[in-house]
Design a protein around this ligand. Structure first.
Ligand SMILES: [Zn+2]
Length: 328
């Protein structure tokens, strides 16, 4: 048996780096005539050179501005944007900047005020649209966007190929700005059933945002009804809709004679990607893993880093088939 002496081996592993440890044995006699041999173990480590470079995280600008709309209806928007921020961090899909004002929705210059104004002693310029990969609206009312800001937002999506995500009352936003509704894919009509449980028909089970969803599952939320236009199944790819047999179609305010009540869709706007879901009125919705997963994957797709083609289809394609298999 060869006695082995080990001294001074110190291994430091840093969490963010992939390290490779190499053990090297050197055995040689220390005295030609004696039985002793000494062994040295040399441990060394080096940073692995084969690690793929980590791409910088995608950047999401989250706007939760209700200042121009209903001041009491959407208290859930705080929990919503906090959840959206956390989902991005935890998954590594994106880093969110949360604002409750529209100031950064511009391609122009935004500076601070006072000492932080342009030319001031602490001049501070904000990162605006071009810094981001997508913008998310959980908004309500006409907004205080200027005409130039509106043009910049449309160009950000249509010409630059960036993303736009609409949450719930984002469809009850900027009624007086028709092109916004065209970009989003629909405009809010009303919510005839207020907060109610409804069954879901999944139309794109292959799309990542629908992972964990299944036809026949129940979601409780303030389900929306869209106006007749600009919502069109020729423009939007509906991921899921309400099962019309699970809601009371005789409720006052039900206008859609086609019984088409989309819950979530994706669409193209020029070169850009748009994802919308009417879910998210209540705090409880944001704690539902199915709702969280849908928004995370929808946002990931709108940011340009998730797969999934846009395939607009008539309701009968997947819907009626699902109706026939799910209905008793
Ligand atoms: Zn609402």
């Amino acid at each position: 048996m060869i006695p082995v002496s080990v001294t001074g081996v110190k291994i430091v592993l840093r969490r963010e780096e992939r390290l490779v440890m190499r053990l090297e044995f050197r055995i040689f006699p220390v005295a030609a005539t004696g039985p002793l041999v000494a062994a040295f173990i040399v441990a060394s480590y080096s940073q692995a050179t084969e690690s793929p470079p980590t791409p910088p995280p995608k950047r999401l600008l989250v706007i939760a501005d209700h200042s121009t709309g209903n001041q009491t209806a959407h208290g859930a928007s705080s929990h919503a944007v906090a959840t959206i921020e956390r989902l991005g961090r935890q998954s590594g899909a994106y880093v969110a900047t949360i604002r409750t004002d529209m100031t950064l929705v511009t391609k122009g210059e935004v500076w601070g005020k006072g000492d932080y104004a342009k030319g001031g002693p602490k001049a501070s310029r904000a990162a605006t649209l071009d810094h981001y990969d997508a913008v998310l609206f959980y908004t309500n009312g006409e907004t205080d966007l200027s005409d130039a800001q509106k043009r910049d937002l449309l160009a950000f999506v249509h010409a630059d190929g960036k993303g736009f995500i609409g949450v719930h009352s984002a469809a009850a936003t900027a009624y007086g700005w028709p092109e916004y509704g065209v970009m989003l894919g629909g405009v809010f009509d009303n919510h005839p059933w207020k907060v109610t449980a409804a069954q879901i028909i999944v139309e794109r089970p292959d799309f990542p945002a629908m992972r964990g969803w299944s036809t026949g599952m129940t979601l409780t939320d303030e389900h929306y009804q869209m106006r007749a236009a600009p919502y069109s199944r020729g423009e939007v790819d509906v991921l899921a809709r309400l099962d019309p047999q699970s809601v009371d179609l005789g409720t006052p305010g039900v206008h859609r004679t086609d019984r088409d009540f989309p819950v979530a869709w994706i669409k193209r706007y020029g070169k850009g990607r748009v994802f919308y879901s009417g879910l998210g009125h209540t705090d409880e919705s944001w704690d539902d893993p199915r709702v969280q997963s849908m928004f995370l994957e929808g946002i990931r797709w709108a940011l340009g880093s998730g797969g999934g083609e846009v395939r607009p289809h008539p309701m009968s394609d997947a819907g009626q088939r699902a109706d026939m298999t799910e209905k008793r």
